[in-house]
Design a binder for this molecule. Structure first.
Ligand SMILES: [Cu+2]
Length: 157
């Protein structure tokens, strides 16, 4: 299955006045992971390989979805809102002009093809503990080979 791999920036259209209740209002089928002021909801998600995960900013605060460099399986690729290829690029872009931000109602998708653990975070809210983990399990029956590398081993070279 080949679905869209990177950003699908979709405006929410109608602005909902009930801030704080967006999770209850947003159609749950339209995203897998929502966001509060400073957390991913849920912060841990387990999916089978070849699943496309959709994040939606269900808060009124700007967030990013940014993989920790090297905190994902070797065969997998880096992922980040804004489409950056490394964590350094994503962080620099954020520092420059908040590029890569996911504003209220916008979504980000990534297809997880390689089993293993993926750790990611929100650049402006890392200090607040806005981190998340995607566990990808093999979709082949009988295979239970989840490769795990050191989580959150962010390298800032
Ligand atoms: Cu954030």
């Amino acid at each position: 299955m080949h679905r869209r791999r990177f950003i699908a920036a979709v405006g929410s259209g109608a602005t909902i006045a009930l801030a704080g209740c967006l999770d209850a209002i947003a159609d749950a089928s339209e995203h897998d992971i929502g966001m509060s002021i400073n957390s991913f909801r849920p912060d841990t998600l387990t999916v089978t390989a070849d699943t496309t995960v959709t994040w939606r900013n269900t808060s009124s605060h700007g967030h990013t979805v940014t993989a920790f460099q090297d905190a994902y399986p070797e065969e997998a690729s880096f992922f980040a809102t804004g489409g950056y290829e490394t964590e350094d690029q994503a962080v620099d872009a954020w520092k420059n002009d908040n590029s890569g931000v996911l504003t209220e109602g916008q979504t980000f998708e990534y297809e997880f093809t390689v089993p293993g653990q993926y750790d990611y975070y929100c650049i402006p809210h890392l200090d607040a503990g806005m981190v998340g983990t995607i566990e990808v399990t093999a979709d082949t029956a009988g295979r239970d080979s989840v490769t795990t590398r050191s989580p959150r081993a962010a390298t800032f070279v």
